[in-house]
Design a protein around this ligand. Structure first.
Ligand SMILES: [Zn+2]
Length: 404
């Protein structure tokens, strides 16, 4: 009993100290540090653009350090003299996806990007880190932020946008804050859109926000979610809710895709590195698996499931889908086809020996072998309606990070 009280006292005390630390170092505004990120598949550079007042700080004033270290990139805000870390967050970017494409082998790419943190009262160092080949972080750029710089714009971004509240549950610093940007972009605008960081950021700053959802007025375009950047989702589609929630999983908690492409024969993959995402693992060891705390007692790990049956059906569906797209069948016919696939998946995956249990099911993150997910089914795996327990756990951790 005593120990429990002591523990909660320590936790309370440390959060009070951090809150005081916030006041010591930061104002109540948000600083948006804009920079240009340019490079090729083999080199990359950063160049300062400006600092902008992005409105009221909507994030937590006590959870300033990001302990989850998700994302391809990571940044720290540090006190220059002591190098004490005052704020940190992980994130991913369009650049990070572009640099893996064939285009980056032959051409330079240039992307405008931003990181956001509370407005510092004095100079701070901002260091950006990037994943290395072992999934660790290496520093790639450090910039000394001077809040009195001639390109530090202290007046809030001018707003020309009408805003309205959809759901309000309390003050921004105690809630997860999501800004929804409606309409504006169609499929053919996507190239322009990806280069429009400044416009999207300025529009988002009309309200206090941490996460951004952009609704696309298009029935075919699927959408995408980038960790701590934004999600785009189609709104004229039978699967619009599924799409939104799936992509929001990427954007909000850096959840990995749990699906993979089924193939008739598998090459033995090289050993996979342990991914940083909270819902997939390359380590099916019952003693050390990353979601060991939620494994259902008695579940074998790796967990047997009807993978052959699932894969065979998926291959048939893929073939048929290609034919249907080629024949340019009506979108409604495609939707019915996907609804059938969903019903088939839901039924198979809910009626196996270990359905509903938490274990380690092989096949995840685009890899048919050597990578595992926590449950038979999940909205990150199929068009299922729910998140698996590992995803739910990840989402809860991120909610705490923004609301405690
Ligand atoms: Zn999941």
């Amino acid at each position: 009993m005593h120990r429990k009280y002591l523990l909660s006292l320590v936790v309370l005390l440390s959060s009070i100290i951090t809150s005081a630390q916030y006041e010591q170092y930061f104002t109540t505004a948000t600083m948006r540090l804009d920079y240009n990120h340019v490079g090729t598949a083999s080199e990359e550079h950063f160049a300062f653009d400006q600092m902008v007042n992005d409105g009221q700080w909507a994030g937590s004033k006590t959870v300033l350090i990001d302990e989850f270290r998700l994302g391809k990139y990571f940044f720290e805000v540090k006190e220059p003299e002591t190098q004490k870390v005052l704020y940190s967050r992980g994130y991913s970017s369009i650049y990070g996806e572009w640099e893996t494409t064939p285009d980056a082998k032959d051409n330079w790419g240039s992307f405008h990007e931003s990181v956001r943190f509370p407005w510092p009262k004095a100079e701070v160092d901002v260091t950006i880190y990037k994943r290395n080949r072992l999934n660790g972080f290496d520093p790639v750029w450090t910039y000394r932020v001077n809040p009195k710089h001639h390109r530090a714009f202290t007046a809030p971004v001018e707003q020309h946008y009408n805003t309205f509240d959809v759901v309000v549950n309390g003050t921004p610093e105690k809630q997860v804050d999501i800004v929804v940007l409606g309409e504006g972009y169609a499929k053919e605008d996507m190239d322009k859109f990806h280069k429009d960081n400044k416009t999207i950021r300025n529009a988002s700053a009309a309200v206090p926000y941490e996460f951004t959802a952009i609704l696309m007025n298009d029935s075919i375009y699927g959408g995408g979610g980038i960790y701590n950047l934004y999600i785009t989702a189609a709104v004229n589609n039978a699967f619009q809710e599924y799409l939104f929630v799936h992509e929001f999983g990427h954007h909000f908690a850096d959840l990995a895709d749990e699906y993979y492409t089924s193939a008739t024969a598998y090459e033995m993959d090289a050993e996979h590195l342990e991914p940083w995402e909270l819902n997939v693992t390359a380590n099916p060891d019952p003693e050390t698996i990353k979601w060991k705390d939620i494994v259902t007692p008695g579940t074998p790990i790796p967990t047997p499931w009807e993978k052959e049956k699932y894969d065979k059906h998926s291959i048939d569906v893929q073939k048929k889908r290609v034919e249907m797209r080629k024949a340019k069948v009506d979108e409604k016919v495609m939707e019915d086809f996907f609804l059938d696939k969903k019903a088939w998946d839901d039924k198979l995956l809910a009626n196996m020996k270990y359905s509903g249990q938490v274990g380690a099911f092989e096949g995840a993150q685009h890899k048919a072998t050597g990578m595992y997910r926590s449950a038979a089914n999940c909205i990150m795996f199929t068009r299922h309606d729910h998140f698996c327990p590992a995803c739910q756990r990840g989402i809860k951790l991120i909610i705490d990070q923004y609301t405690k």
